[in-house]
Design a protein around this ligand. Sequence first.
Ligand code: ADP
Ligand code: MG
Length: 140
Amino acid sequence: MAVTRTFSIIKPDATRRNLTGAVTKLLEEAGLRVVASKRIRMTRDQAEGFYAVHKERPFYNDLCSFMTSGPVVVQVLEGEDAVKRNRDVMGATNPADAAEGTIRKLYAESIEANSVHGSDSDDNAAIEIAYFFQPGEIVG
Ligand code: ADP
Ligand code: MG
């Protein structure tokens, strides 16, 4: 299994409840290494661009408002099969469906305020990493 990278966001519902460390601990315990991390307040333009794939979905506007409602922590995670490894520890989008022990089961407030984002493919991971990080900001 190859060591790969994925992109993660600790969302505003989690930073508001001071869960940055708790979430990061679960990521690290799942075998992921934080090789870049910064706390930012996303602009509306950044959020709309990041979630452009969901533009036609009914929740798009609310989602962009939520993602700009407070600070987020954007991270690059490295590990074996990082995209899948991260999706597994995140749990299902809707916390009601998330498995025991996953970040969303433990911490998500709702299907929208679900504490974390994780890339869904290697290709999207590369695109999302480049959206928020310069190559020199990533130190493996
Ligand atoms: P995931 O984050 O698990 O990859 P999606 O890519 O489908 O899920 O959706 C992106 C984000 O949009 C979700 O993490 C969640 O914050 C929000 N979202 C998804 N589905 C809904 C919904 N039905 N109602 C409100 N918000 C949603
Ligand atoms: Mg997604």
